[in-house]
Design a protein around this ligand. Structure first.
Ligand code: FMN
Length: 372
Protein backbone atom coordinates (compact mmCIF):
# COMPACT_ATOMS: atom_id res chain seq x y z
CA UNK A 1 0.00 0.00 0.00
CA UNK A 2 1.42 3.41 -0.89
CA UNK A 3 0.31 6.52 0.92
CA UNK A 4 0.64 10.09 -0.29
CA UNK A 5 2.00 11.20 3.10
CA UNK A 6 5.12 9.12 2.39
CA UNK A 7 5.94 11.29 -0.63
CA UNK A 8 8.47 14.13 -0.26
CA UNK A 9 7.34 17.72 0.17
CA UNK A 10 8.95 20.98 -0.99
CA UNK A 11 8.18 24.33 0.60
CA UNK A 12 8.09 27.42 -1.62
CA UNK A 13 11.47 28.47 -0.21
CA UNK A 14 12.83 25.12 -1.48
CA UNK A 15 13.28 23.39 1.87
CA UNK A 16 12.56 19.71 1.19
CA UNK A 17 11.06 17.16 3.55
CA UNK A 18 11.52 13.45 2.89
CA UNK A 19 7.83 12.89 3.67
CA UNK A 20 4.74 14.81 4.79
CA UNK A 21 4.77 13.66 8.42
CA UNK A 22 5.83 16.15 11.07
CA UNK A 23 6.36 15.45 14.74
CA UNK A 24 4.08 17.89 16.64
CA UNK A 25 5.67 20.18 19.23
CA UNK A 26 5.39 18.57 22.67
CA UNK A 27 6.71 19.95 25.91
CA UNK A 28 8.59 17.34 27.91
CA UNK A 29 9.15 19.46 31.09
CA UNK A 30 12.57 17.81 31.24
CA UNK A 31 15.08 20.59 30.60
CA UNK A 32 17.24 21.82 33.48
CA UNK A 33 15.70 24.44 35.81
CA UNK A 34 17.72 27.00 33.77
CA UNK A 35 16.12 25.78 30.53
CA UNK A 36 19.05 23.88 29.06
CA UNK A 37 18.39 20.80 26.94
CA UNK A 38 19.12 17.57 28.86
CA UNK A 39 20.45 14.20 27.77
CA UNK A 40 17.07 12.51 28.31
CA UNK A 41 15.51 15.01 25.92
CA UNK A 42 18.23 14.34 23.32
CA UNK A 43 17.59 10.60 23.53
CA UNK A 44 13.81 11.11 23.31
CA UNK A 45 14.27 13.13 20.09
CA UNK A 46 16.92 10.79 18.67
CA UNK A 47 14.54 7.85 18.93
CA UNK A 48 11.68 9.78 17.30
CA UNK A 49 13.38 11.78 14.56
CA UNK A 50 14.31 9.06 12.07
CA UNK A 51 10.82 8.70 10.56
CA UNK A 52 9.14 12.12 10.14
CA UNK A 53 10.13 14.63 7.46
CA UNK A 54 10.40 17.31 10.15
CA UNK A 55 10.41 17.48 13.93
CA UNK A 56 9.00 20.54 15.68
CA UNK A 57 10.51 20.77 19.15
CA UNK A 58 8.81 21.43 22.47
CA UNK A 59 8.11 25.12 22.82
CA UNK A 60 11.11 27.11 24.06
CA UNK A 61 10.46 30.32 26.04
CA UNK A 62 11.97 33.51 24.71
CA UNK A 63 12.08 35.65 27.85
CA UNK A 64 12.67 35.25 31.54
CA UNK A 65 9.05 35.76 32.63
CA UNK A 66 7.53 33.72 29.80
CA UNK A 67 7.68 30.18 31.10
CA UNK A 68 4.31 28.43 31.38
CA UNK A 69 5.60 25.00 32.55
CA UNK A 70 8.21 23.71 34.95
CA UNK A 71 11.54 22.67 33.40
CA UNK A 72 10.68 24.12 30.00
CA UNK A 73 13.22 24.49 27.23
CA UNK A 74 14.63 27.99 26.87
CA UNK A 75 15.99 30.08 24.04
CA UNK A 76 16.09 33.22 26.20
CA UNK A 77 19.88 33.43 26.58
CA UNK A 78 22.98 32.88 24.46
CA UNK A 79 24.06 30.25 26.98
CA UNK A 80 21.24 28.00 25.72
CA UNK A 81 22.66 27.83 22.20
CA UNK A 82 25.07 24.94 22.93
CA UNK A 83 22.28 22.65 24.11
CA UNK A 84 20.01 23.70 21.24
CA UNK A 85 22.85 22.92 18.81
CA UNK A 86 22.99 19.36 20.10
CA UNK A 87 19.22 19.11 19.77
CA UNK A 88 19.24 20.34 16.14
CA UNK A 89 22.09 17.95 15.29
CA UNK A 90 20.33 14.96 16.83
CA UNK A 91 17.09 15.69 14.98
CA UNK A 92 18.89 16.15 11.65
CA UNK A 93 21.15 13.13 12.04
CA UNK A 94 18.83 10.79 10.14
CA UNK A 95 17.51 13.21 7.53
CA UNK A 96 14.69 14.97 9.35
CA UNK A 97 14.44 18.78 9.38
CA UNK A 98 14.57 20.52 12.76
CA UNK A 99 12.15 23.31 13.65
CA UNK A 100 12.33 25.11 16.98
CA UNK A 101 8.98 26.22 18.40
CA UNK A 102 9.27 29.48 20.36
CA UNK A 103 6.77 31.10 22.70
CA UNK A 104 6.05 33.46 25.53
CA UNK A 105 3.39 32.33 28.00
CA UNK A 106 2.08 35.84 28.80
CA UNK A 107 -0.75 35.55 31.35
CA UNK A 108 -0.45 31.74 31.22
CA UNK A 109 3.01 31.95 32.80
CA UNK A 110 3.30 31.25 36.50
CA UNK A 111 5.40 33.10 39.08
CA UNK A 112 6.77 29.83 40.47
CA UNK A 113 8.47 29.03 37.15
CA UNK A 114 9.74 32.57 36.59
CA UNK A 115 11.62 33.56 39.73
CA UNK A 116 8.51 35.03 41.35
CA UNK A 117 7.94 37.55 38.54
CA UNK A 118 4.34 38.61 37.84
CA UNK A 119 3.15 37.45 34.41
CA UNK A 120 2.62 40.09 31.73
CA UNK A 121 -0.12 40.36 29.11
CA UNK A 122 -1.73 42.98 26.84
CA UNK A 123 -4.28 43.74 29.60
CA UNK A 124 -4.57 42.97 33.32
CA UNK A 125 -7.20 40.26 32.77
CA UNK A 126 -6.69 36.88 34.44
CA UNK A 127 -6.84 33.74 32.33
CA UNK A 128 -9.91 31.69 33.24
CA UNK A 129 -7.83 29.14 35.14
CA UNK A 130 -7.95 28.49 38.90
CA UNK A 131 -4.20 28.98 39.32
CA UNK A 132 -3.87 32.08 37.11
CA UNK A 133 -2.45 35.34 38.45
CA UNK A 134 -3.67 38.75 37.35
CA UNK A 135 -1.04 39.80 34.81
CA UNK A 136 0.68 43.15 34.59
CA UNK A 137 -0.38 45.25 31.60
CA UNK A 138 2.44 45.63 29.10
CA UNK A 139 3.78 49.10 28.46
CA UNK A 140 4.62 50.32 24.97
CA UNK A 141 8.32 49.84 25.82
CA UNK A 142 7.62 46.32 27.12
CA UNK A 143 5.92 45.43 23.83
CA UNK A 144 8.93 46.66 21.84
CA UNK A 145 11.27 44.57 24.01
CA UNK A 146 9.15 41.45 23.46
CA UNK A 147 9.17 41.88 19.68
CA UNK A 148 12.92 42.13 19.77
CA UNK A 149 13.16 39.06 22.08
CA UNK A 150 11.28 36.98 19.51
CA UNK A 151 13.81 38.12 16.88
CA UNK A 152 16.79 37.35 19.12
CA UNK A 153 15.36 33.88 19.76
CA UNK A 154 15.15 33.32 16.00
CA UNK A 155 18.80 34.41 15.63
CA UNK A 156 19.80 31.88 18.32
CA UNK A 157 17.84 29.16 16.50
CA UNK A 158 19.75 29.99 13.30
CA UNK A 159 23.06 29.85 15.17
CA UNK A 160 22.08 26.53 16.69
CA UNK A 161 21.57 25.05 13.21
CA UNK A 162 17.78 24.69 13.05
CA UNK A 163 16.05 24.63 9.65
CA UNK A 164 13.26 26.86 10.84
CA UNK A 165 11.27 28.37 13.69
CA UNK A 166 7.60 28.00 14.51
CA UNK A 167 5.98 30.93 16.32
CA UNK A 168 3.59 29.51 18.90
CA UNK A 169 0.56 31.68 18.28
CA UNK A 170 -1.83 29.03 19.68
CA UNK A 171 -2.96 27.43 22.94
CA UNK A 172 -3.71 30.79 24.62
CA UNK A 173 -0.10 32.01 24.92
CA UNK A 174 1.09 35.61 24.44
CA UNK A 175 0.78 35.88 20.64
CA UNK A 176 -2.80 34.63 20.87
CA UNK A 177 -3.45 36.89 23.89
CA UNK A 178 -2.81 39.97 21.74
CA UNK A 179 -5.22 38.72 19.08
CA UNK A 180 -7.92 37.68 21.56
CA UNK A 181 -10.69 40.11 22.55
CA UNK A 182 -10.73 38.35 25.95
CA UNK A 183 -7.14 39.06 26.97
CA UNK A 184 -6.57 42.21 24.90
CA UNK A 185 -8.77 45.08 26.11
CA UNK A 186 -6.27 47.83 25.27
CA UNK A 187 -7.44 51.11 23.87
CA UNK A 188 -4.10 52.15 22.29
CA UNK A 189 -2.63 51.08 18.93
CA UNK A 190 -2.16 47.50 20.17
CA UNK A 191 -5.79 46.78 20.99
CA UNK A 192 -9.42 47.62 20.37
CA UNK A 193 -10.18 46.91 16.71
CA UNK A 194 -9.26 43.55 15.21
CA UNK A 195 -6.63 45.33 13.08
CA UNK A 196 -4.99 46.62 16.25
CA UNK A 197 -5.20 43.23 17.95
CA UNK A 198 -3.41 41.76 14.93
CA UNK A 199 -0.58 44.25 15.18
CA UNK A 200 1.61 42.43 17.71
CA UNK A 201 1.65 39.03 15.96
CA UNK A 202 2.29 40.74 12.63
CA UNK A 203 5.11 42.92 14.01
CA UNK A 204 6.68 39.78 15.53
CA UNK A 205 6.46 37.98 12.16
CA UNK A 206 7.99 40.95 10.32
CA UNK A 207 10.84 41.31 12.80
CA UNK A 208 11.61 37.58 12.73
CA UNK A 209 11.59 37.63 8.93
CA UNK A 210 14.08 40.49 8.87
CA UNK A 211 16.38 38.53 11.23
CA UNK A 212 16.08 35.51 8.96
CA UNK A 213 16.83 37.56 5.86
CA UNK A 214 20.00 38.92 7.45
CA UNK A 215 21.29 35.78 9.16
CA UNK A 216 19.91 32.65 7.50
CA UNK A 217 19.74 30.87 4.15
CA UNK A 218 16.74 31.31 1.92
CA UNK A 219 15.48 27.85 2.92
CA UNK A 220 15.02 28.79 6.61
CA UNK A 221 11.33 28.46 7.52
CA UNK A 222 9.14 30.73 9.61
CA UNK A 223 5.85 29.05 10.48
CA UNK A 224 2.95 30.11 12.71
CA UNK A 225 0.75 27.92 14.91
CA UNK A 226 -2.77 29.08 15.68
CA UNK A 227 -5.86 27.95 17.58
CA UNK A 228 -8.88 28.64 15.37
CA UNK A 229 -11.25 29.31 18.28
CA UNK A 230 -11.21 29.91 22.01
CA UNK A 231 -13.91 29.05 24.52
CA UNK A 232 -13.95 32.39 26.38
CA UNK A 233 -16.52 35.09 25.73
CA UNK A 234 -15.57 37.41 24.23
CA UNK A 235 -13.13 35.18 22.41
CA UNK A 236 -11.62 34.30 19.05
CA UNK A 237 -14.17 32.84 16.63
CA UNK A 238 -13.66 31.32 13.20
CA UNK A 239 -14.34 34.57 11.33
CA UNK A 240 -11.64 36.32 13.37
CA UNK A 241 -9.23 33.53 12.55
CA UNK A 242 -9.85 34.00 8.83
CA UNK A 243 -8.68 37.60 9.24
CA UNK A 244 -5.55 36.43 11.10
CA UNK A 245 -4.81 33.86 8.39
CA UNK A 246 -5.21 36.42 5.58
CA UNK A 247 -2.83 38.74 7.40
CA UNK A 248 -0.22 36.01 7.94
CA UNK A 249 -0.49 34.89 4.33
CA UNK A 250 -0.11 38.55 3.30
CA UNK A 251 3.19 38.57 5.24
CA UNK A 252 4.42 35.52 3.29
CA UNK A 253 4.50 33.19 6.26
CA UNK A 254 6.09 29.90 5.15
CA UNK A 255 3.45 27.64 6.69
CA UNK A 256 0.50 27.60 9.07
CA UNK A 257 0.00 24.92 11.71
CA UNK A 258 -3.41 24.23 13.17
CA UNK A 259 -3.82 23.46 16.83
CA UNK A 260 -6.90 21.32 17.48
CA UNK A 261 -7.48 18.08 19.38
CA UNK A 262 -8.95 16.16 16.46
CA UNK A 263 -8.33 16.44 12.74
CA UNK A 264 -12.07 15.99 12.24
CA UNK A 265 -13.64 18.29 14.81
CA UNK A 266 -16.69 20.53 15.04
CA UNK A 267 -16.60 24.00 16.57
CA UNK A 268 -15.72 24.11 20.28
CA UNK A 269 -18.04 27.08 20.82
CA UNK A 270 -21.68 27.70 20.12
CA UNK A 271 -23.68 25.33 17.96
CA UNK A 272 -21.70 22.17 17.33
CA UNK A 273 -22.64 21.36 13.79
CA UNK A 274 -21.01 18.07 12.94
CA UNK A 275 -21.25 18.61 9.20
CA UNK A 276 -19.05 21.67 9.46
CA UNK A 277 -15.66 20.51 10.55
CA UNK A 278 -13.40 23.33 11.67
CA UNK A 279 -10.06 21.94 10.37
CA UNK A 280 -11.57 21.21 6.97
CA UNK A 281 -13.14 24.68 6.78
CA UNK A 282 -9.75 26.21 7.59
CA UNK A 283 -8.09 24.14 4.86
CA UNK A 284 -10.72 25.23 2.35
CA UNK A 285 -10.31 28.84 3.39
CA UNK A 286 -6.52 28.79 3.01
CA UNK A 287 -6.99 27.01 -0.32
CA UNK A 288 -3.29 26.22 -0.81
CA UNK A 289 -2.21 29.85 -0.57
CA UNK A 290 0.39 28.58 1.95
CA UNK A 291 1.06 25.07 3.27
CA UNK A 292 -1.20 24.00 6.16
CA UNK A 293 -0.21 21.38 8.74
CA UNK A 294 -3.20 19.42 10.03
CA UNK A 295 -3.18 17.71 13.44
CA UNK A 296 -5.14 15.96 16.14
CA UNK A 297 -5.61 12.33 17.16
CA UNK A 298 -3.99 10.98 14.01
CA UNK A 299 -3.29 7.34 14.75
CA UNK A 300 -3.49 5.41 11.51
CA UNK A 301 -2.31 5.81 7.93
CA UNK A 302 -5.97 6.35 6.97
CA UNK A 303 -6.28 9.23 9.45
CA UNK A 304 -3.20 10.85 7.90
CA UNK A 305 -4.56 10.42 4.37
CA UNK A 306 -7.91 11.95 5.38
CA UNK A 307 -6.11 14.96 6.88
CA UNK A 308 -4.26 15.49 3.60
CA UNK A 309 -7.61 16.07 1.86
CA UNK A 310 -7.53 19.59 3.29
CA UNK A 311 -3.95 19.99 4.60
CA UNK A 312 -0.52 19.73 2.95
CA UNK A 313 1.31 18.13 5.87
CA UNK A 314 0.27 16.14 8.91
CA UNK A 315 1.61 16.44 12.43
CA UNK A 316 1.50 13.60 14.92
CA UNK A 317 1.92 14.12 18.63
CA UNK A 318 0.85 11.40 21.06
CA UNK A 319 1.09 8.65 18.46
CA UNK A 320 4.83 9.32 17.97
CA UNK A 321 5.34 9.21 21.74
CA UNK A 322 3.52 5.87 21.85
CA UNK A 323 5.28 4.45 18.78
CA UNK A 324 8.42 6.33 17.69
CA UNK A 325 8.71 4.08 14.60
CA UNK A 326 5.21 4.82 13.26
CA UNK A 327 6.51 6.12 9.90
CA UNK A 328 9.04 3.32 9.37
CA UNK A 329 6.49 0.63 10.18
CA UNK A 330 4.15 2.03 7.53
CA UNK A 331 6.99 2.36 5.02
CA UNK A 332 7.89 -1.27 5.62
CA UNK A 333 4.29 -2.49 5.32
CA UNK A 334 4.21 -3.45 9.01
CA UNK A 335 1.20 -1.36 9.99
CA UNK A 336 -0.23 -4.13 12.14
CA UNK A 337 2.75 -3.88 14.47
CA UNK A 338 2.08 -0.20 15.30
CA UNK A 339 1.67 0.30 19.07
CA UNK A 340 -1.57 2.03 20.01
CA UNK A 341 -1.12 2.36 23.79
CA UNK A 342 1.72 2.88 26.23
CA UNK A 343 2.64 -0.24 28.14
CA UNK A 344 3.02 1.00 31.70
CA UNK A 345 5.13 -2.00 32.71
CA UNK A 346 7.81 -1.31 30.09
CA UNK A 347 8.93 2.34 30.54
CA UNK A 348 12.43 1.51 29.27
CA UNK A 349 11.04 0.74 25.77
CA UNK A 350 9.93 4.32 25.12
CA UNK A 351 12.86 6.61 26.01
CA UNK A 352 10.37 9.12 27.40
CA UNK A 353 11.96 11.62 29.83
CA UNK A 354 11.04 10.90 33.45
CA UNK A 355 8.94 14.03 34.04
CA UNK A 356 6.92 13.45 30.89
CA UNK A 357 6.44 9.79 31.81
CA UNK A 358 5.14 10.83 35.23
CA UNK A 359 2.68 13.31 33.70
CA UNK A 360 1.46 10.81 31.14
CA UNK A 361 0.86 8.15 33.78
CA UNK A 362 -0.75 10.54 36.29
CA UNK A 363 -3.30 12.26 34.05
CA UNK A 364 -6.21 9.86 33.47
CA UNK A 365 -7.49 9.34 29.91
CA UNK A 366 -4.85 11.57 28.30
CA UNK A 367 -2.79 8.85 26.66
CA UNK A 368 -4.08 5.36 25.86
CA UNK A 369 -2.29 3.03 28.29
CA UNK A 370 -2.19 -0.69 29.03
CA UNK A 371 -0.94 -2.44 32.18
CA UNK A 372 1.09 -5.25 30.49
C1 FMN B 1 2.85 16.05 26.12
C2 FMN B 1 2.33 17.11 25.19
C3 FMN B 1 2.96 18.34 25.17
C4 FMN B 1 2.54 19.34 24.27
N1 FMN B 1 3.25 20.52 24.17
C5 FMN B 1 2.98 21.37 23.16
C6 FMN B 1 3.87 22.45 22.86
O1 FMN B 1 4.93 22.63 23.48
N2 FMN B 1 3.52 23.29 21.85
C7 FMN B 1 2.38 23.11 21.10
O2 FMN B 1 2.12 23.89 20.18
N3 FMN B 1 1.55 22.08 21.35
C8 FMN B 1 1.84 21.20 22.32
N4 FMN B 1 1.05 20.08 22.49
C9 FMN B 1 -0.08 19.83 21.56
C10 FMN B 1 0.38 18.92 20.39
O3 FMN B 1 1.33 19.61 19.57
C11 FMN B 1 -0.79 18.47 19.52
O4 FMN B 1 -1.39 19.59 18.92
C12 FMN B 1 -1.86 17.71 20.31
O5 FMN B 1 -1.28 16.76 21.17
C13 FMN B 1 -2.85 17.00 19.38
O6 FMN B 1 -2.19 16.09 18.55
P1 FMN B 1 -2.08 14.50 18.89
O7 FMN B 1 -3.46 14.01 19.14
O8 FMN B 1 -1.43 13.90 17.68
O9 FMN B 1 -1.22 14.36 20.11
C14 FMN B 1 1.44 19.10 23.42
C15 FMN B 1 0.79 17.87 23.48
C16 FMN B 1 1.23 16.87 24.33
C17 FMN B 1 0.54 15.52 24.32
Amino acid sequence: MTYSFLEPYSFNNELQLKNKIVMAPMTTSSSTPEGDVTEEELIYYLVRSSGPGAVITACAYIGSEGQAFPNGMSVAKDSHIDGLKKLAQIIKLQGSKAILQIYHGGRMSQRQFNGGRQPISPSPIRAERKWADTPKELTEAGITILISQFGTAVKRAIEAGFDGVELHGANTYLLQQFFSPHSNRRTDNWGGSIENRLKFPIEVVRHCQSVIQTHADKSFLLGYRFSPEEIETPGIRLDDTYILLDALIGENIDYLHLSVNHYFQPSIVGFREYKKQIPEQIGQYIDNRVPLIGVGAIKTAEDAEKTLRYANLVSLGKQLIIDPKWVQKIEEGKEKSIQTAINLSQPQDYHIPENLWKTITQIPNWFPVKEH
